[in-house]
Design a protein around this ligand. Sequence first.
Ligand code: KIV
Length: 261
Amino acid sequence: MRKTVKDFRNAKGQRLVYLTAYDYPTARLAEAAGVDAILVGDSLGMVVLGYPSTVPVILEEILHHTKAARRGAPNTFLVADLPYLSYATLDRALSSAERLLKEGGADAVKLEGGEEVAEIVAGLTRAGVPVLGHVGLTPQTASQLGGYKLQGKRPEEAERILKGALALEAAGAYGVVLEMVPTALAKEITERLSIHTVGIGAGPHTDAQVLVFHDVVGLYGEFKPRFVKRYLEGGRLIQEALTRYAEEVRQGVFPGEEHSF
Ligand code: KIV
């Protein structure tokens, strides 16, 4: 049964599982694994489309992949990312969210930022759009944060992240992603908020966890951030399979009798 926003609002303290998925087969697998929510993250720009960051991702790309993920996981709560600048004004945010919810079949949208986006979040939630916030390391503006690195080590940074999370809650967000922040800060934010927190690189005390599918199954390069646990060396296994396929074709081993009519 597909969870509802209310289920997530009532799930404070439960250990929920989010996973990214960007296409039909992956979303099917995620649904079969019983995840609580699928995120069509703009990380798809890097892990699927080969961009150097999430900045180039456009709404049409998220929409295209949201539709595919929805077809693969009709019974799973689906969150679609609002790409960079697609929520720069409330009008843009509303029209971007409208497309992801109506055409894409998403249940909610996610956007990055704290106090500076609280007004936009309030406008979206007033209009009835469920919003998941995202503070800490916000990849769309990583350059302004000094790159892809831990956020909230310094007390003033930690204060800004905490205030951002509280502002998102006050604006009506149903949950908040905490990305790459110290465990103690994630714990404090989780305790201070009545909505659920979703951690990635934020330690064990957040209500939920999220990982990028390609990281979990080892499909995205050699680099493995410390917060990722690889449950499969999928890239290596697929590479070996493809090499064997190529060898067997060249050697005349494939197709065999059993594959022929
Ligand atoms: O784009 C994404 O996949 C994300 C998650 C890593 C939280 O924002």
